[in-house]
Design a protein around this ligand. Structure first.
Ligand code: DC
Length: 216
């Protein structure tokens, strides 16, 4: 594939990034990449290895040394550590609490950006995260920023059985020095409060088609 297309979907926690990125990827037949899962995998790895996630140097050293590989199965990219993809383990409250610290380490972000850019080897991508449009693939013409009101996002997390202080997490994600959560230049901003996932993904697909048509 000569010039794979990258659809960048960024936004706040529980703004529907995962649901919509998966719907868009399926509709277009593109490969789905959950970059949050990659950061979560490193946070889980540090917890497993008893590395203090508040110790940026130790986390950076772990990230330099861990044995990983990228695989694409069923149109989804997986980050394997020592040949294993952690799944449930990266969604625990313990990992969720550890991940923002890991994600704030500049060397970690550098490593993640390189790996995330390598995903292009698998073809056209729908990549969700916090800095895809601003930092990982700033050159893409297909940038989206999702948000919803705090009350609705908190309800969505609660419906998944997770009680989380989203305002605090958003603040940490937006205020960190390295690649903070921001609206990328040229991004289509969608506030999906009160909207269904089908409506949101429909808007995203319509915008992608519009931007694709404008290229011709
Ligand atoms: O989307 P998520 O909740 O799985 O993300 C987990 C954490 O990783 C969250 O604190 C934000 C961070 N993250 C990031 O900093 N950059 C990304 N591209 C994706 C996630």
């Amino acid at each position: 594939m000569k010039h794979p297309i990258v659809i960048a979907i960024d936004g706040t926690s529980a703004s529907g990034k995962s649901t919509n990125a998966k719907l868009v990827a399926t509709a277009l037949g593109y490969v789905y990449v959950d970059t949050g899962a990659m950061y979560r995998t490193l946070a889980w790895y540090c917890l497993q290895k008893k590395i203090d996630v508040h110790d940026a140097k130790a986390v950076a050293a772990a990230c330099r040394k861990w044995k990983t590989s990228l695989e694409c199965a069923d149109k989804k990219v997986h980050l394997l550590v020592d040949g294993y993809t952690p799944a449930k383990e990266i969604r625990t409250a313990e990992t969720s609490a550890a991940v923002p610290h890991v994600a704030a380490v500049p060397k970690v972000r550098e490593w993640m950006k390189k790996k995330q850019r390598e995903c292009i080897q698998f073809g056209h991508l729908v990549m969700e995260g916090r800095d895809i449009g601003t930092n990982v693939f700033p050159e893409t013409d297909f940038k989206f920023y999702l948000d919803a009101c705090l009350q609705e996002r908190t309800q969505r997390r609660a419906a998944e059985g997770v009680q989380e202080n989203l305002a605090a997490r958003d603040q940490r994600d937006s205020q960190r020095a390295a690649a903070p959560l921001m609206i990328a230049l040229g991004a289509k901003v969608i506030n999906n409060s009160g909207m269904t996932a089908e409506q949101t993904s429909g808007m995203i697909i319509a915008e992608i088609n519009k931007r694709l048509a404008a290229r011709k």
